[in-house]
Every structure is written in C-alpha cells, then in structure tokens.
Design a protein around this ligand. Structure first.
Ligand code: YXS
Length: 259
C-alpha cells in the first residue's frame, strides 16, 4: 500500500503523506511513493499540486527516517538519497507545488516543505530544522534550499538551536506565505489552487523553471565545493554523528564531544 494518497480535485493534484505509525517520516518508500504521485499527477494535466498531511494531524512529518540514516562514515544526504530525490522532484514539477501544513514539521521535512513553491500553514503548526540534534552533516544543496527563502539570521537560529518555530514567527520571517485557523486551511488553499489552475500553465511552468535556475545560480567554485565536501566528511565520520542517532533511539539526550 502506498505511503501517500494521490488524488485529483478538478485540475489540482493532492498528495497526502499517509504513514501515521511512522509520523510520516521520510523513509525511502514514502519518498518513492511521493515521486510516483507527482509523476501520476503530471500525466493528468494537473495545473497545481498540494502536498499535505491528513487533516488534524499533530505531526506533518517527523523528517528523515532516522533509522535510515547511515550510522556514521558515510554521506547521509548524497545526490541519490531519498530526501534529495524528493526535493528535486518538487522543484522540477512543471507547475506550482503548494505545501499545506498542519502539525509539526521536522528536519528534512522542513527542507521538503521549503522546496515547495508556496507554504500555507495552520496557525498551530511549527517548523524545526534539526541536524544539530543528531550531529548530521547536512549537505550543501540542502542548506542552499533553506537560505534563499528567509533571512540568514532566522535560518541560523533554527539550525543552531534546532528549536521549533511557531507558524506566527514563520509568517513574520517570510518562511510561510500565509497562516489560517486549521479549520479554514483546506478551503483557503483549495481556492488558491483553483485560481492558479485557470491561469496559463505554460507561462507558469516557464516562470517556475526560470526562478529555479536563477535561484540555483550560486557560483561555488569546484575547489570551494570540494573543500566543503571535505569538511562534511569530517562531520559524518565523527563520533558525534554516531552519538546523535544512538541517543535518539535510546531515548536519551546526546552528549556531543565535538569529535
Ligand atoms: O519508540 P517507538 O519505536 O514508538 O518510535 C517512536 C520514535 O522513535 C519514532 N520516530 C521516528 N523514527 C524514525 N525517524 C524519525 N524522524 C522519527 N520520529 C519519531 O516514532 C515513534 C513515535 O515517536 P514519539 O514517541 O517521539 O512521538 P511523539 O508524538 O512523542 O513526538 C513526535 C515528535 C515528532 C515530536 C518526536 O517523535 C520527535 O521529535 N521525532 C524526531 C523529529 C526529528 O528530529 N526529525 C529529524 C530527523 S533527521 C532529519 O530530518 C535530517 C537528516 S536533519 O537531522 O539533518 O534535520
């Protein structure tokens, strides 16, 4: 059974993360189902996609499935890893992908939501970015996906404290487009999707791709890229990387020795 529900509502595709027992953690299977859902919707001439979790959920997504993170000495977020593939599938979908958020968003799920074209959230939702909780060597593309859409100071606060940010704060800092009372969220987002669905799809798809290309135009020299990759290897080879994951599953606070 798919870990997402894919449906069409008029010309809007709706993908609902649907793995409650694992709090919609972004395991490989769920990401593969998400990508399959996007491809299915693309074939049905969808003009817009809404990515959501079930109404009333406490947790939109608990982020990367920690049990699928390498236990150290291996890049946790390389190009073909599920989270990377899921983010690219959203960014390259030829139409707006709207994140409709209710509940708490964690770690890689925050990046996945940030990779969407717009974010509309229930006013009770929260957003957290958590590599510092686990000692994860987050990757350069992932960090780049975060810094383009809100102030560096706010993203640094989120990354360095790993503390959840409220919907209100996310609205104030430009992370989300708008917030609504949870009971009004779905109707409001469907209205926006319907509005988009009668606009010129070729023009919108072109503009989305132009914006993506312009946003990616961040000249890192190959040497600078390799240097950062070398720094990442020190982190994902570290004892801290192993300690973060072990502490999570042993349900204890991690003790990071900085090595
Ligand atoms: O003890 P059992 O076996 O029932 O399992 C528990 C949790 O271990 C499990 N679980 C997860 N398993 C794998 N990956 C996860 N991300 C994950 N999150 C939770 O689900 C069962 C129920 O969790 P529990 O008891 O904590 O539920 P709760 O309702 O008390 O709390 C819900 C959360 C989401 C607040 C809590 O589960 C939590 O804080 N989860 C971790 C959120 C997080 O830090 N995600 C980041 C994952 S790593 C990631 O996305 C990036 C690589 S990075 O770290 O770089 O950002």
């Amino acid at each position: 059974m798919s870990l997402v529900i894919t449906e069409m509502k008029n010309r809007t595709g709706v993908i609902t993360l649907n793995n409650p027992p694992k709090l919609n953690a972004l395991c490989k299977e769920l990401i593969d189902d998400l990508i399959a859902g996007l491809n299915q919707i693309k074939e049905q001439d969808a003009r817009c996609v809404i990515l959501r979790a079930p109404a009333g959920c406490k947790v939109f997504s608990a982020g990367h499935d920690i049990s699928e993170l390498p236990k150290g000495s291996r890049d946790p977020l390389s190009y073909q890893d599920p989270l990377r593939r899921g983010v690219r599938a959203i960014q390259s979908f030829p139409g707006p992908v709207i994140a409709m958020v209710e509940g708490s968003v964690w770690g890689g799920a925050f990046e996945l939501v940030m990779s969407c074209d717009m974010i509309f959230a229930a006013d009770t939702s929260t957003f957290a970015m958590t590599p510092a909780n686990l000692g994860v060597a987050y990757d350069i593309v992932g960090i780049h996906n975060l810094i383009r859409d809100c102030s560096l100071h706010v993203i640094k606060e989120m990354l360095f404290t790993a503390k959840p940010v409220s919907a209100e704060r996310a609205l104030q800092t430009g992370i989300v487009n708008r917030t609504f009372p949870a009971a009004e969220l779905e109707a409001a987002v469907m209205e926006i999707a319907e509005l988009i669905s009668v606009k010129a799809p070729l023009s919108i798809a072109l503009i989305k791709e132009e914006l993506r290309a312009l946003n990616e135009a961040n000249p890192l020299t190959p040497d600078e890229f390799e240097r950062l990759q070398g720094l990442r290897r020190v982190v994902y080879d570290s004892d801290d990387a192993k300690e973060g994951i072990a502490a999570f599953f042993e349900k204890r606070k991690p003790v990071f020795a900085g090595k």
